[in-house]
Design a protein around this ligand. Structure first.
Ligand SMILES: Cc1cc2nc3c(=O)[nH]c(=O)nc-3n(C[C@H](O)[C@H](O)[C@H](O)COP(=O)(O)OP(=O)(O)OC[C@H]3O[C@@H](n4cnc5c(N)ncnc54)[C@H](O)[C@@H]3O)c2cc1C
Ligand code: SF4
Length: 319
């Protein structure tokens, strides 16, 4: 790892003032320190956000909850209020890595984490995402890669929290520069990664995630994933579904997939807008994925898993 300055931020303003084009923010460090040790990134200054007071709080209210960027993933998984009101969010948090990782990793860092593609993480390779000219995964070992992408990079988004927050309609509040505050929907937060092989998300280098706001209108939500290992592992495919049930009526039903696209991938279907979701319509929604997927040499197994997870998540929230 190259030498770097270490600075503790005492406020959001202070963190912004400390940041430069060659600095990086530090949450739990699970992702950033790994990248630094592999010489994938070598910031001149690392700005610790954990010393900012009150950024690790969950504020509840009737309609929108505010989760600070420093809230630990373990807290999201175990918080009784989150489990009762936003169960899908707690389920997604509980599936992140291992207890040790969840105790350290933060909400902001989880959303802003970088690609886990093994070619990207290999110190001596310079693939498209690192400014080179080739995607090694397309013709190489693409077992963990995307079924859907709008650009030549097929590295998938791996943040569990991004997938469920997309389904819940979460918004990410970002400080950009001294004054400006920008609000991203989750699809906006990742849209650059759909189009641009260099991008992991739509954040600019000194953008600071301050909090995530989650509306509570969707009173049913769930998250499921399939991994190779029970624990300490990323999802091969993940899926989140959320919706509002009032009386017998369903509204705002949204389903997103993770680990199959550079963004949380929206499962689009006019059938989701109908008030009654039957097992037949759920099966049709899942089947609809096949026509849009591009199967590569080693990742075709992801499609039936994605379809099964879409069916199971929709079954779970609607029954
Ligand atoms: C073995 C293993 C298994 C894992 N499994 C999963 C899994 O199943 N699901 C999953 O979602 N993740 C998984 N992860 C990834 C892990 O959850 C993330 O690395 C972690 O959440 C990152 O959070 P952090 O606070 O440690 O971020 P850091 O490493 O501190 O930061 C990550 C990135 O975000 C930036 N950043 C941090 N905070 C902010 C902020 N507030 N505003 C703007 N930028 C910021 C940093 O500069 C850096 O680029 C796994 C990791 C490992 C090692
Ligand atoms: S999938 Fe993306 S990150 Fe992986 S080798 Fe290809 S360009 Fe690089």
């Amino acid at each position: 790892m190259k030498n770097f300055e270490y600075a503790k931020a005492r406020s959001v303003d202070g963190a912004i003032q400390l940041s430069t084009s060659e600095s990086r923010f530090l949450g739990g460090g699970i992702d950033l320190l790994g990248e630094m040790k592999e010489y994938i990134v070598s910031p001149k200054r690392v700005i610790d956000l954990k010393t900012i007071p009150n950024l690790d709080r969950i504020e509840t209210s009737t309609d929108v909850w505010k989760l600070g960027a420093n809230v630990r993933i373990a807290e999201i998984a175990s918080n009784d209020q989150v489990r009762a009101t936003l169960p899908g969010l707690a389920e997604a948090a509980a599936e992140v890595g291992s207890p040790q990782i969840r105790n350290v990793a933060t909400l902001g860092g989880n959303l802003a984490q970088h690609s886990r593609c093994w070619y990207y993480r290999q110190r001596d390779l310079r693939c498209l995402k690192r400014g080179g000219s080739t995607c090694y995964a397309r013709e190489g070992e693409n077992k963990y890669h995307s079924l859907f992408s709008g650009n030549p990079c097929i590295s998938p988004v791996v943040s569990n929290l991004a997938v469920i927050l997309a389904a819940l309609g979460g918004r990410v509040i970002v400080r950009r520069g001294e004054q400006e505050e920008v609000t991203f929907s989750i699809p906006d937060l990742y849209s650059d990664a759909w189009n641009n092989p260099l991008a992991h998300n739509s954040l600019r280098p000194a953008d600071l995630i301050v909090r995530v706001e989650v509306p509570t209108a969707k009173n049913r939500s769930t998250y499921m994933q399939v991994s190779e290992k029970q624990d300490f592992d990323w999802a091969l495919v993940s899926c989140a579904a959320a919706g509002q049930k009032t009386g017998g009526q369903w509204t705002q039903v949204a389903v997103f997939l993770g680990a199959v696209a550079p963004i949380p991938y929206a499962v689009d279907s006019p059938l989701l807008e109908r008030s009654g979701l039957t097992s037949d319509s759920i099966a049709l929604i899942a089947e609809g994925l096949a026509s849009k997927a591009t199967l590569l040499a080693h990742n075709g197994y992801k499609l039936p898993i994605a379809q099964a997870l879409v069916r199971r998540c929709l079954d779970r929230i609607t029954t």
